[in-house]
Design a protein around this ligand. Structure first.
Ligand code: TYD
Length: 130
């Protein structure tokens, strides 16, 4: 499991008044959340990300709409299409990742186990592969 990305299905509390899903550490997430951010209002055709993290792990959910998370482990690329709010993608550290192909009004929620630090980014793909 270590250093492998994987999809995490979230609980779904179905209700005629509207459904509810959640995640928390120990229950669904393999790490404690230190930071939450989100990506929204993405113009058609734009790509976010394009980097890896030395230490930081993340969990990404398409709260609304759909987009692709494209991952690269240095050897091969793997693409996940996220399009429901009741599952998400765990992305370990040291995986190159891009978010692309955003649908109109899509909303990407991202939680991570570290506070923001530019020092944790690897922004050069050749560097990453080394
Ligand atoms: P970046 O992580 O490069 O965006 P993405 O990978 O989604 O394309 O961040 C873009 C800018 O936002 C960068 O200048 C740093 C800033 N930022 C913060 O200040 N705090 C944060 O939690 C994040 C994720 C980014």
């Amino acid at each position: 499991m270590n250093n492998q990305p994987y999809l995490i299905n979230l609980p779904k509390i179905l209700d005629e008044r509207g459904n509810l899903s959640f995640f928390e550490h120990d229950g669904q997430l393999p790490f404690k959340i230190a930071r939450t951010y989100w990506i929204y209002d993405v113009p058609g055709g734009e790509v976010r990300g394009g980097h890896a993290f030395k230490e930081q792990q993340e969990f990404i959910v398409a709260l609304s709409g759909a987009f692709d998370v494209v991952l690269h482990d240095g050897e091969k690329e793997i693409k996940f299409n996220l399009n429901r709010s009741y599952y998400g993608l765990y992305v370990p550290n040291r995986i190159w990742r891009s978010l692309e192909n955003f649908s109109t009004n899509s909303l990407a929620l991202i939680v991570s186990d570290k506070q923001y630090s530019e020092d944790d980014y690897i922004r050069d793909f050749d560097n990453f592969k080394k």
